[in-house]
Design a binder for this molecule. Sequence first.
Ligand code: HEC
Length: 185
Amino acid sequence: MRRFTYGVIMAAVLATALAACAQRPPAPQVEKFSDGELPVPEKYKSWPKFLSDVQRPDAKQVREIYINPIGNSTKMGDNFPNGTITVMEIYKAREAADGTPLKGADGKLVKGELQKIGVMGKGPGWGESVTPPELKNGDWVYSMYMADGKTKAPDDYATCRACHLPLTDKDYIFRYDEYFQKRAD
Ligand code: HEC
């Protein structure tokens, strides 16, 4: 009888210990960012390309967009998960002396100097600080830097939010369909 009790107690202790081991470690504290605070990630150039050589003749620009691996694991039709960051390099399109845009052999705009670097990232509760709240883009926050990736650009973040805002069914990402289409190819 005594031996049996001891066995039962030991089994219970072991089960409790195992359950504790199986429990996930506490989630790491995610830093909260507001507009203008999210830095340009150091290694973004090694990230998957979201879209390359995006042609913006209207703005006389060529853009290169990167997405971090967490974002790149998203399935078409889903929203991007917390932890997603996209980086967009904005290049000036090269112009001829008379101001007309130069075109490469492929008929595309020719990338000139890097002008700015934009960042979009989302995390839990990051959208809470947005004012006015009508401009909330889910939990996305925005940053824009000059070409050095450190000097803050003078952009007003309300303009970023207002322009991306209507894309609620694409998780506020303009070229959502194009990106997933490219990935499927
Ligand atoms: C007038 C509309 C408009 C405004 C204002 C605007 N964006 Fe965008 N943004 C776009 C479009 C359109 C794209 C898709 C790429 C393209 O076609 O140039 C884009 C793409 C992006 C991307 C790449 C990820 C994605 O969503 O596709 C980032 C990062 C980004 N914008 C950041 C910003 C930031 C930061 C600001 C404000 C400083 C801003 N945008 C303001 C229209 C806008």
